[in-house]
Each structure stands twice: as C-alpha cells, then as structure tokens.
Write a protein that binds this ligand. Structure first.
Ligand code: ADP
Ligand code: GN1
Ligand code: MG
Length: 364
C-alpha cells in the first residue's frame, strides 16, 4: 500500500512532496489517510479511497462536492474574519483536472487539504461542545440555503426515506441471506412495532408541511472538526449533501452527540441521551436557524432524534442480516452490537421526550 499511496498522491496536483501517510479517523465508509508532506511550509493532505459500493456514481458525487465547497468558500470570503481554508473543505484536483482519480484497478481516490490543529470527537463531554456542534450544523444549512443552479444529485437515492428503508428491511427479513433472522427476533420486533409512528415526518412532508431543503444528511459528531479551543471549525464528509429535511441533520447530531456512550457500546447500562447535551445542541442549532424553520419543522425537532436513532438501528440490523455488506465492521457481531446500542439509546430518548419538547418550546 505504501508505494501505491505515493503513486496515487503524485497523481494529484498537491503542493509538497510525500513524506509519510497514516490511516485517519473512525468513519465507516471510506478509507482515509493523512499524508504528511516533507516541506514544513506546505499543507498536509487527506487522501481518500472512495467506497464505490456505497456511492455508485463518483463523478456525480464529486460534482456535488465541488459545487458545495466552492459555494461555501465564496460565501466565507465575504464574511470578515472567516478563514475559508480552515472553515471549509478544499478539494485538490488530480493532474488531469478532475476532482478524483480512477486507478487502473477501478478504485477511486480524492484529495482534500488537511485542516491542521483540529480535534474530532466520537463522544461529547460538555454542553459547550454540544452548543458548538449545533451551531455548526445550523450555519452549514444556512450557508447552503442559496446554492445556485440545478438541484444536487441524490448520491444515495432515498437515503433518509424511512418508508423505503422499512420496505427493504422487510425484504431483508424475508431473504434472510445470513440466516441471522432467528437470533435477532427481539431487535426486529423493536423496529417493526414502531414503524407507524416513525412515518410522521415523511407524511407531513408529503402534505407539503415540511419543505425539502439542502441538508448534510450525515451530521454525526465526528464529521465536525473543532479547533484548539473547541470551537466548531468545519463540517466534513460532504458525500450525502443533497435535498433532504432539516430534521435529519438535527436528529442525527443528537443521536451521536448527546449519547453518553459510544455508538456501538456493548454495556447497554452506559447508554443514555443526556438532556443537558441535547439542550446545548438545540440552543446552538436554533441560534442559527430559528428564523428559517417553519412552525411544523419546529414542532417536530424534538421528535427527530428518535427518528434518526430508529433509522440507524434499522440500518445496522439490515446490514447484519444481509451479511455485513455495507458498514465496515471490526468484529463478527459488530452490526448487532451497534443495533442493540441504538435501540437502547432510542428507549432513553423516548423516556425523555417530554423534557426535549419543553426545551425546544422554551427556545423557539
Ligand atoms: P468517512 O465517510 O469514512 O467517515 P470522512 O470524510 O468523514 O470519511 O473522513 C474520515 C476522517 O478523516 C474524519 O473523521 C477526520 O478525522 C479526517 N478528515 C477528513 N477530512 C479532513 C480534512 N480536510 N482535514 C483534516 N481531517 C480530515
Ligand atoms: C456512516 O461515513 P460515516 O462513518 O461518517 C453512514 C451514515 C451513518 C453512520 C453511522 C454514507 O457515516 O449514514 O449514520 O455511518 N454514511 C453513509 O455511524 O451511509
Ligand atoms: Mg465521517
């Protein structure tokens, strides 16, 4: 891999020479490396081998990212004190001018400028960071609200379409490819018994009460870079930026950033949605979006963490029964462990639904 990485690095118009590379981050989808350059005054880079099983059309995916990053940088340049190179991803083009590189073996690669001195978190431990996370997501949505031109490509069709996800979950149960249906009866029941109530946002959208906007769609906490003072710096992982509902972004941020334990925690007694972290997120998020959200969007903000946690539990369980074909796993039962952790998290949200509602009502 070492010499291959050098060759791939050299296929891009980067600004320094390759010194070393190391795997980076804890994402479940791509293979990400940090490339350190030999020269002290040159940027380092992020080199990613893209998962083209998950993202089927890389040119469309990359066109979205080009448009989104250029638009954000353009807007940041007009804001006094903003630093576009640290507050937005910067793509580095391949030597043929494209924003990706296709290798002889059909693998796809892309490169970003490495944003130095950042911090990332898988678990949030203070309301200050939660506030910053919420604010970053609200600001990101606001920056993209006036993206000109045609709609963005749907890089993964029906990504947060809960109705379609339920349909494909039912198919997965029927096919039982891995033979794991019997051992997951309890988890399956948790999913199917909540199916009707989880359709509400989609139903309201169908009635025109919740608008389609440009959203990030993968706002998990480790997709936000923080600076040395734990101020939110930059939103990354822009692969799923496309038309969607605000609820997906707020809900997924709470799912990952207000959980006291890891997304895949084995000891279920450690898992709990922390209401103070929820409050921090909500305050930060609404400080940026309060004037944009309509009344129905506001009303269902407190429901959205449950929807996104439910969806995630179903997605992990689907993948477990399909035989682990989507998410990178680190051991045999990882997707089941993730499912159980998400179902437990969902239960702790259901217990605190009234408290979440009260906080949102106070803030709007
Ligand atoms: P995945 O889709 O697999 O989650 P990401 O795009 O989120 O991939 O990248 C994985 C990790 O790489 C991030 O969590 C972050 O630590 C790091 N990373 C990605 N882009 C940058 C960047 N431009 N600067 C610094 N670190 C980055
Ligand atoms: C994946 O790429 P990453 O690890 O940030 C997934 C998200 C899930 C998340 C669960 C394209 O996100 O949708 O919510 O794992 N991304 C894709 O941890 O499916
Ligand atoms: Mg990521």
């Amino acid at each position: 891999m070492g010499s291959d990485l050098i060759r791939i690095y050299n296929s891009f118009s980067a600004g320094g020479s390759f010194a070393e590379a190391a795997p980076c981050g804890s994402g479940h989808i791509h293979h990400t490396f940090r490339v350190i350059t030999a020269e002290k005054d040159k940027d380092d880079y992020i080199l990613q081998r893209l998962n083209n099983n998950v993202f089927r059309n890389i040119p469309e995916l990359q066109e979205n990212i080009e448009r989104v990053t250029e638009h954000i940088q353009h807007k940041l340049r007009a804001i006094p004190g903003a630093d576009p190179k640290r507050e937005s991803l910067t793509l580095v083009r391949a030597k043929d001018g494209r924003s990706w590189f296709e290798d002889n073996d059909g693998t796809f690669w892309r490169m970003f400028v490495f944003i130095s001195n950042h911090r990332t978190y898988d678990i949030v431990d203070s309301t200050g960071k939660a506030f910053e996370g919420g604010k970053a997501i609200g600001r990101f949505q606001a920056l993209l609200s006036d993206l000109p031109g045609k709609p963005l490509f749907e890089t993964i069709p029906s990504f947060h379409d809960i109705g379609k996800r339920l349909k494909s979950f039912r198919k997965t149960l029927e096919k039982n490819t891995s033979g794991r249906v019997r051992e997951t009866a309890r988890e399956t029941d948790s999913i199917l018994s909540r199916a009707d109530e989880m359709m509400i946002i989609q139903k309201l959208a169908g009635e025109g009460k919740i608008p389609v906007r440009i959203t990030h769609n993968d706002t998990k906490i480790n997709n936000i870079l923080f600076d040395e003072n734990d101020r939110s710096l930059c939103i990354i992982d822009l692969d799923t930026v496309m038309p969607g509902y605000f609820h997906s972004d707020f809900g997924d941020a709470i799912r990952t950033g207000a959980n006291e334990a890891a997304e895949d925690e084995e000891d279920l007694s450690k898992i709990r949605m922390n209401i103070d972290l929820f409050g921090g997120y909500a305050k930060g998020y609404l400080s940026e979006t309060k004037d944009t959200l309509n009344s129905v969007e506001k009303e269902y903000l407190s429901f959205s963490p449950m929807l996104m946690t439910y969806e995630q539990a179903m997605r992990f369980l689907t993948d477990y029964i399909d035989g682990d074909i989507y998410y990178r796993i680190h051991h045999k039962h990882h997707n089941l462990q993730r499912t159980r952790a998400q179902i437990r998290l969902l239960e702790t949200m259901e217990e605190q639904f009234g408290a979440m509602k009260k906080i949102i009502d106070m803030l709007i």
